[in-house]
Every structure is written in structure tokens, then in C-alpha cells.
Unconditional design. Structure first.
Length: 280
């Protein structure tokens, strides 16, 4: 076993006292023995700071900073990392014990691999569902994210592309980082096994990002305009394919009995509202 195969597990945390212990425990439980765990306190409240201090014996480093966002927190943690491989983990999620070992096996088998992700269990208090990221090359990443935000990559590749974009405070920063990671070649590899658990909280960053997604997408498209121009035909094909699916679903809803009955019931009320508006 070589020391260069050390994995640095980077866990940013902001006001997440409820779930941070589970995230750290999943890092400690990784069966790959050569690892370090770095926690970044991104300006958390006192309740969370107390919880983070209680974890000091289970981790290797605790870095504190003012609240600068997840990109800055990840970058500070990776800067302090001594491992060749980086595993980013959000503080409310957790990995299964074999992820690091299986990810490193993938890296060793194919030099083209720059990013390793896996099938994921998306869960909340009431239900769960299987999510299969697509993986692929940079062309595949232009239309949507192809890997989980918590994935593994080499530190040198992170350095080559300049880390996470710290201007991206509203979300999708992992997607944009992966585009840059794969821009010069390589691929994202998907382990076809459920090794990651994503906590789908009501106020999750992912849901907040979806509320701002058009502005964020515009930023990404403009930042990587050269790539979108290079793969214009593919991008438009994927765009229209998605739009077609959306229209088909909309038509299915409009043709449903529930929609037709509801429309008949509401139509008189709309006419009354229109009449009142015109009279005013």
C-alpha cells in the first residue's frame, strides 16, 4: 500500500448540529485505512460549534472560518489536505463503508477517470428513492450534473482547475466544478452500487438552488460559452428532448379526468373574477 493513496475526507459544516455526527461517523467507518478527516466550520452557530468540538477525537483537523459558503469551505479544507485523493462530503449526508475502497479501485483501473461517484439513496422522513447519476465526459456534463456533489477526485486535478468557484453561493457549484474538471479530458465514473445517502431536507441547498436555477444556469452557460458553442448541436438536442418530455407530461395532465372536472368547476369562478375586474 502506498502513502500516495491517502484519502482526505473534507466535510464543510454550517449550522448542522443534527446530522454532522452521522457524516463524521461514516467517514471514520470507511474501510480504506489510509485517510484523514477534515472538518470545516463555515461560521456556524454556537450549538453547532459545541457539537464540532465534541468530534475532535474522531477527526484530524478542525478549521474555522467566517461564513463564506460551501465552495470556500471546501477549498479551505482541500488546501489543508495531505491526501492525493479528495472525498467531499456534505455534513447532512453519509457514505457506506466501502465507498473509498471501491472508488480507489476504479481510479487504479483507468487513468481516464477523474471523478468517481455512485448510485445514491435519496431519503427524507417519509420515503426514499434510488438515484443513478449518469457519469460520462464533459459533453455529457453540459446539460446537467452527471455526479453527486459528494464524490472523489484527485487533489492535483482540483489544483489544475482552480478549485470550486467561490462566487457560486446559491448552488450548483459542484456541477460547474465538474465541467472544469473534465474540460481537458477524462471522465466521471459511476459505481453501480448504492454507497451514498443523500438527506433530502425541506430546506436543503439543492432545493434552494432549484429556486434560483435559471440565473445559476445562465452563469454557467456564459462562463463556459466556448464549450457550449463547441457542442452546440448536442446541447440543443438534449434541450429539445427534455422540453418534449415536459410538454408530453403537461398534455397528459390536461387530458386527465381530474383536470377536466376541475377546469369545469373553476371556469365559472374565473368568469366572475374577470367580470369584477373589468367592472372595477
Amino acid at each position: 500500500m502506498q502513502s500516495k493513496e491517502k484519502v482526505s475526507i473534507i466535510i464543510p459544516c454550517y449550522n448542522d448540529h443534527l446530522y454532522i455526527v452521522r457524516a463524521v461517523e461514516s467517514a471514520v467507518a470507511q474501510t480504506w485505512p489510509v485517510k484523514e478527516i477534515i472538518l470545516i466550520d463555515d461560521g456556524s452557530n454556537e450549538q453547532t460549534k459545541i457539537k464540532l468540538r465534541s468530534l475532535k477525537k474522531k477527526i484530524d483537523k478542525l478549521i474555522s472560518q467566517a461564513n463564506e459558503g460551501v465552495s470556500a469551505a471546501r477549498n479551505r479544507g482541500i488546501e489543508a489536505a495531505s491526501g492525493e485523493y479528495i472525498l467531499v462530503l456534505d455534513s447532512d449526508d453519509y457514505f457506506e463503508p466501502d465507498f473509498c475502497k471501491m472508488a480507489l479501485d476504479a481510479f487504479r483501473q483507468d487513468e481516464e477517470i477523474k471523478l468517481v461517484t455512485c448510485y445514491s439513496n435519496w431519503f427524507d422522513e417519509k420515503s426514499s428513492k434510488l438515484f443513478r447519476p449518469l457519469g460520462g465526459k464533459v459533453k455529457d456534463a453540459l446539460f446537467k450534473n452527471i455526479a453527486m456533489g459528494s464524490s472523489m477526485f484527485r487533489k492535483r486535478n482540483w489544483e489544475e482547475v482552480g478549485g470550486y468557484d467561490e462566487k457560486m453561493l446559491k448552488g450548483f457549484e459542484d456541477w460547474e466544478f465538474y465541467i472544469r474538471l473534465l474540460k481537458s479530458g477524462g471522465q466521471a465514473y459511476v459505481i453501480q452500487k448504492v454507497l451514498f445517502n443523500y438527506r433530502n431536507k425541506a430546506n436543503s441547498r439543492n432545493k434552494k438552488a432549484n429556486m434560483e436555477k435559471y440565473a445559476i444556469k445562465e452563469y454557467i452557460y456564459n462562463k463556459h460559452a466556448d464549450l457550449y458553442k463547441e457542442h452546440f448541436s448536442f446541447f440543443i438536442h438534449e434541450w429539445l428532448k427534455t422540453d418534449k418530455k415536459r410538454e408530453a407530461f403537461k398534455q397528459q395532465v390536461m387530458n386527465s379526468l381530474d383536470y377536466k372536472v376541475g377546469n369545469k368547476i373553476l371556469k365559472p369562478l374565473r368568469l366572475i373574477g374577470l367580470f369584477k375586474k373589468n367592472r372595477d
